[in-house]
Design a protein around this ligand. Structure first.
Ligand SMILES: C[S@@+](CC[C@H](N)C(=O)[O-])C[C@H]1O[C@@H](n2cnc3c(N)ncnc32)[C@H](O)[C@@H]1O
Length: 482
């Protein structure tokens, strides 16, 4: 711990403990917006498996391009010999284990089981000094992670025990080298400490354990953001953070109502958030915001009031004009939305984009009758329509959906949230492509103002976006001069 404190102190950080939160990371100097607070390579990491690339992704950089399986184990894939070489020191040992797994059991190697197998191997290699521990990469930090074992439901504990047994069968180590109870507990630790590794556009690629970064607690109004540069996790200040402040990131989607955010935090992380947004729970300002984000709109289309349940639970009363919206009318529309949503997701997963597009448009029309214009549900439908239009290369339609999401994004995300930056930038790219160059420069600039802070101005991702913006600027000034 002393070594870690010294390591963090050199970076302007310190670990402290608060009774209601456990360990916390504090700043011991000021940080400016966009400054890297801390970065870490994963102690262990695995790529996701998904439908588009069932053969997985590159074990080292998570790319999906030109993959070749390791010829010995045929479980792990690489996109290049460079990536294979980078992973060799570890995989050489993991490969011996994976090669012995019989074909039926290979199917059970889910990303979480693989991550645990890697964690056990990494621990053993550290004990044997093949992978010497460093200040930041050290199994001691895994030991120190919270597991919440006493709060985990019985059903989940049984599942962890079964998964631990499977890990034991895969490893085939002598009994003296394996502790099934510890592995089961480590599954619980992964559930509330591992991070989803995403690409620069925040698409999930894999899962990694970064035990020092795991010291950072959650806030629904965070002052920092966690992004990834391939496997490297980087925490950047989203705003000016004075000395003596707790560093916070957000663990969950912060677009929802307070009740929704608190529910997901409780379910996965076993705590009740008391951040500046959450302490407003039950106050009129929070009730109104939640009703706008997740509640129903007034029956009177001209009225922008929000609705709350009436006292005898027969319907919902508009808090502005007093009109009552009938429960039956609401549930009839909601049921139709549910029915079409099921069809839409089935069409989408079977690749029937045209059918999915039509279904989502019907959902949007129904949701417009049901919800407030700033509804999260409407925002999700428009995100789906935006994605389908992009896939179908219908740029005009994509731009119109992108523009419709922006006012909602501006309401639900902080000014410097990466998702807001990405949405502005996407809007700009579409505008540019459709010849609206002046608007494009405006939107791309707004996007880069955010992304320069969240992703860093010197990263290849932001540098590429910057050079595109310069091109758009040159084109805009040429068009204006003509
Ligand atoms: C990734 S760990 C963060 C570090 C943790 N505090 C520790 O002592 O190791 C996640 C756990 O920290 C606690 N935690 C994180 N954010 C919190 C918050 N805002 N309020 C209370 N507890 C929090 C919860 O127990 C959660 O499951």
């Amino acid at each position: 711990m002393e070594e870690l404190q010294k390591f963090l102190n050199d970076k302007g950080l310190a670990v402290s403990t608060l009774p209601q939160k456990g360990r916390c990371l504090f700043t011991t100097r000021d940080f400016s917006p966009g400054e890297v607070i801390i970065s870490q390579i994963p102690y262990v990491a695995v790529p996701n498996k998904n439908k588009e690339s069932p053969e997985s992704k590159c074990e080292w950089c998570f790319s999906s391009n030109t993959l070749k399986a390791c010829s010995a184990c045929r479980v792990v894939w690489y996109c290049s010999s460079n990536c294979q070489k980078s992973d060799w020191k570890f995989h050489r040992i993991e490969c011996r284990t994976l090669s012995k797994v019989d074909k039926e059991r290979v199917k059970l190697l889910t990303p979480s089981v693989r991550l645990m197998v890697k964690l056990c191997i990494r621990r053993k290699l550290e004990i044997e000094k093949i992978f010497p521990a460093t200040v930041a990469d050290n199994y001691k930090h895994v030991d120190a992670l919270v597991s919440h074992m006493s709060e985990v439901e019985e059903k989940q504990l049984i599942l962890y025990a079964q998964m631990a047994n499977l890990v034991n069968l895969i490893l085939q180590w002598p009994d003296s080298d394996i502790n099934i109870k510890e592995i089961a507990e480590n599954f619980s630790k992964l559930a509330c400490n591992a991070h989803t590794i995403c690409d620069s556009e925040l698409r999930p690629l894999g899962t990694g354990l970064y035990p020092v970064i795991s010291i950072i607690n959650h806030s629904c109004l965070p002052n920092s953001v966690l992004v990834f540069e391939e496997r490297l996790a980087v925490v950047r200040a989203m705003q000016y953070i004075p000395k003596g402040t707790e560093v916070t990131i957000s663990y969950v989607e912060i677009a929802g109502s307070t009740i929704t955010r608190q529910k997901s935090l409780k379910e996965q992380y076993f705590f009740t958030c008391s951040c500046p947004r959450c302490i407003k729970l039950g106050q009129s300002e929070d009730i109104q915001e939640s009703a706008i984000l997740e509640g129903y709109s007034c029956k009177e289309s001209e009225c922008d009031g929000f609705l709350l349940r009436d006292s005898d639970n027969k319907g919902f009363v508009c808090q502005k004009c007093g009109l009552i919206r009938d429960k039956e009318e609401i549930s009839a529309i909601a049921n139709e939305v549910k029915y079409i949503s099921d069809k839409a997701s089935k069409s989408l997963s079977s690749g029937y984009k045209i059918e999915a597009n039509e279904a989502y448009k019907r959902i949007e029309a129904l949701q417009l009758k049901l919800y407030h214009p700033f509804s999260i549900f409407l925002m999700r439908t428009r995100e789906a329509l935006l994605k389908i239009s992009m896939d179908q290369q219908d740029w005009k339609e994509a731009l119109s959906y992108c523009r419709l999401t922006i006012p909602i994004y501006e309401r639900v995300y902080p000014k410097c949230h990466p998702l807001l930056g990405l949405q502005y930038y996407m809007c700009g790219k579409l505008e540019w492509f459709l010849g609206e160059t002046v608007a494009a420069v405006r939107s791309m600039t707004k996007g880069l103002d955010v992304l320069g802070i969240t992703h860093g101005t010197k990263t290849p991702f932001v540098m590429e976006l910057t050079s595109k913006l310069e091109e758009a600027r040159a084109e805009a000034s040429y068009t204006q001069r003509r």
